[in-house]
Unconditional design. Sequence first.
Length: 101
Amino acid sequence: CPVLSFHEWNMDGLVEMVWKYLDLTRVYTKPKGRLPDWQDPVVMPSDRCTVEYFCNKLHKAMIKQFKYALVWGASAKHRPQRVGKEHMLQDEDIVQIVKKV
């Protein structure tokens, strides 16, 4: 895909190719009762893209309080899907963490 940075031609295609080449996955957070945070995804390697790894990327103590997660996106069978910490996430999934009380 030819790219011309001066005119910004095919820059979106270049960005997508870089994501695929680096084998990274973007996962978005969703606080309860609010819209997903589309500006700041959590970036993880595709081979370690579990809900547990996602929680550890946010905060190390979060997994101790983890109850379940709600997932929207390609890895969910229905929207939202209630999942455990072993669930494998896919690129551009949205995750809401529910903690123990």
